[in-house]
Write a protein that binds this ligand. Structure first.
Ligand SMILES: [Zn+2]
Length: 350
């Protein structure tokens, strides 16, 4: 405080008192909240200083200039002191909070929710595992295919009635490009590149224009292809029987029913003995004792013609299954769309 102000304050005892008291309280405040109380008390609208300044017109004429001038100076000095003290207290409070809230790295952390593989992936991997064990290699190919690989090279030329079975998704303006309706085109791609013997399985997504309780527009297939010398239908049956036992239980049996596919001759549909009633007949197997699991057959010699294999020298078999269907049978599911609803209550069960 300047000597001038002090001298003038001495000349006005009331003002001096107000000043001393306010100053002391500002200095004593230990928290910003306490400081705010001091501000309201000494500089607020109802403070002594404010009333004194408001009462100037009623003071004796000699006192008015002194109180007016130095009263306002007192207010300015106190306001500066308040601001200064506030800065100090805020810094101290921040310091205290930081030390209180510092992270204790010895405490256990928040567990991070951990997911698991989707049932489709689990099933796919189990199928892959089984066939890898038999010496099959995994082959993959494009999901956007050409008409040639999806149909023509699989013995399904334009106008062939089997094409109407595959009501597929075509690319607009490019009728020769489509989303593959099965993983079979990869069989062609593999045989074009490799000489026999060939033992591959082909997992992947396929697309068809179907949507109901047992069909979705996108689903997963695994196909298998074995091409070698002296391959017979007995090899096909033995392979698929071992597969059925591995997926559905050692006591399962399979049966082959004649069927038709353009790219195999002869063709069969393969049933597994019902795992619910063990073949006695129940609602799931429509009281037949059997459940269809896949389609298969001996590779049509015409298909070998497309890839440059000699039909007189090699034979082969092929099979294809829907991964969703296998998973549904294994787990007693009735609606295939549940796989893709992303309902955690369903997904967490597997
Ligand atoms: Zn049954």
């Amino acid at each position: 405080m300047s000597g001038d102000l002090r001298k003038q304050l001495e000349a006005h005892a009331g003002l001096a008192l107000i000043y001393e008291e306010a100053w002391a309280e500002i200095e004593r405040a230990e928290t910003t909240a306490g400081l705010e109380e001091a501000r309201v008390k000494h500089l607020g609208r109802k403070s002594q200083l404010s009333s004194l300044l408001r009462s100037i017109p009623e003071l004796p004429a000699a006192e008015r200039p002194v109180v007016g001038k130095f009263g306002n100076q007192v207010r300015t000095v106190l306001e500066a002191a308040l601001a200064e003290r506030k800065k100090v207290l805020e810094a101290a409070e921040l310091e205290r909070r930081l030390s209180r809230e510092s992270v204790d790295i010895t405490l256990p952390g928040q567990p991070f929710p951990r997911g698991h593989l989707h049932l489709i992936t689990q099933t796919l991997w189990q199928i892959e595992d089984f066939f890898s064990g038999l010496g099959y290699r995994i082959a993959e190919g494009p999901e956007v295919e050409t008409d040639y690989y999806n149909f023509t090279a699989l013995n399904t030329p334009e106008g062939h009635p089997a094409r109407s079975l595959h009501d597929t998704f075509f690319v607009e303006g490019k009728p020769e490009v489509l989303l593959r309706t099965h993983t079979s085109p990869v069989q062609i791609r593999v045989m074009e590149k490799e000489d026999p013997p060939v033992y591959v399985i082909i997992p992947g997504r396929v697309y068809r224009r179907d949507s109901d309780a047992t069909h979705t527009p996108m689903f997963h297939q695994v196909e298998g292809l074995a091409v070698d010398e002296h391959i017979t239908m007995g090899d096909l049956k033995g392979t698929l029987e071992a597969f059925a036992k591995s997926m559905f239980g050692a006591e399962r049996e399979i049966r082959l029913r004649p069927h038709y596919f353009p790219f195999t001759e002869p063709s069969v549909e393969v049933d597994v003995s019902c795992m619910i009633c063990s073949g006695a007949g129940c609602r799931s197997c429509k009281y037949s004792g059997w459940l269809e699991i896949l389609g298969a057959g001996m590779v049509d010699p015409n298909v070998f013609g497309f890839v440059g294999y000699e039909p007189d020298e090699v034979q082969g078999f092929a099979f294809g299954m829907g991964v969703e269907r296998i998973a549904m049978l294994r787990h007693g599911m009735t609606d295939l769309r549940m796989f893709y609803d992303n309902d955690l209550r369903f997904i967490k069960q597997f």
